[in-house]
Design a protein around this ligand. Structure first.
Ligand SMILES: [Ca+2]
Length: 306
């Protein structure tokens, strides 16, 4: 009986995977704001912030405080990408590898086998170091990603960065705050909160994933059941390589004021049909901050940056 909570948790994840994404809010791209594409100029400096109040006087530029700082350096090649410098729960094909490295000597290779839906193979979960986030909390997640030219994405949307929300007091899942990669679409980045069921799409073709090179993706959440546009503070920002792809101010990030967020899932799923080939991509420098970082984007928004 001691395995029951774990089994129930896994079952609920699988159930939720089974219901997303195609069945939810197929009209959402119609609802996406017309001006929700790239909003910053290429000429803007991504790190123009001056870090006010970000550290003791005289201490020099402050750095962000990370609750997750995964560089995948502390292990042998081929070891699972788990531990203090990796996931809390690496999936089975997430191993330390030096074929492509963003920083240091090692990155994490994420794999999926031909025919697999990917759950249990592709990616990993951070579910301990976050603690339990609630209304008023903020989160910045940054990850560097290397997608080789031979990696085949699903024709629809690929689950990418996912923060899971729950009703209070160990209540049921409210669904994920989800960034999806959609490289086969003109607007190659998609976002949805399953607690609200409205798809958004961002970016232009030039914001698509670039192959055979490292890129940095970042997302910011302010958790609230009331969006900024309705007098609350719920807000989402998405950046690619330091450029703001989209900002969402009309969308709640919790369903109820007492809801919480606990788990971060990185990839964790291919699609409902299975991968067309056995293939890999790589991640490195996966970091999460819960306190405002000193960096500022070109619009002055706090971010981790490049
Ligand atoms: Ca590394």
């Amino acid at each position: 009986m001691s395995d029951m909570p774990k089994i129930a948790s896994l079952a609920s994840i699988l159930l939720c995977l089974g219901c997303a994404p195609a069945e939810i809010a197929t009209d959402a791209e119609v609802d996406a704001p017309a001006d929700s594409g790239r909003v910053m100029s290429d000429a803007s400096a991504p790190d123009a912030g001056d870090a006010p109040d970000a550290g003791p006087a005289g201490a020099g530029p402050a750095s962000a405080a990370f609750v997750v700082d995964a560089d995948f350096e502390d292990g042998a090649l081929g070891d699972p990408c788990g531990g203090a410098d990796g996931f809390d729960e690496p999936f089975s094909l997430s191993v330390r590898d030096d074929t492509h490295v963003f920083e240091g000597e090692t990155a994490c290779r994420l794999g999926v086998n031909e025919g697999s839906l990917g759950f249990g193979q592709l990616g990993g979960i951070i579910n301990r170091r976050l603690g339990e986030l609630s209304r008023g909390d903020e989160l910045w997640l940054r990850i560097s990603l290397y997608v080789p030219s031979d990696y085949v994405f699903t024709s629809g949307r690929s689950k990418f960065l996912r923060l899971r929300t729950y009703a209070a007091d160990d209540g049921p899942s409210r669904g994920y705050l989800d960034w999806y990669l959609a490289p086969n679409h003109d607007r190659p980045h998609a976002w949805i909160y399953e607690g609200s069921h409205m798809w958004r799409s961002y970016g232009s073709p030039e914001d698509n994933i670039q192959r055979d090179t490292w890129e940095t993706y970042e997302i910011y959440y302010f958790l609230d059941d009331t969006p900024v546009d309705e007098g609350g503070e719920a807000r989402v920002r998405l950046w690619k390589d330091g450029v703001l792809l989209g900002e969402i101010t009309d969308q709640r990030t919790l369903v109820e004021a007492t809801d919480v967020a606990r788990n971060l899932l990185i990839f964790t799923y291919y699609d409902n049909d299975g991968a067309p080939r056995s293939q890999n991509l790589w991640i490195d420098r996966l970091q999460v901050a819960l306190e405002e970082p000193p960096g500022r984007d070109a619009d002055g928004n706090p971010y981790l940056g490049l």
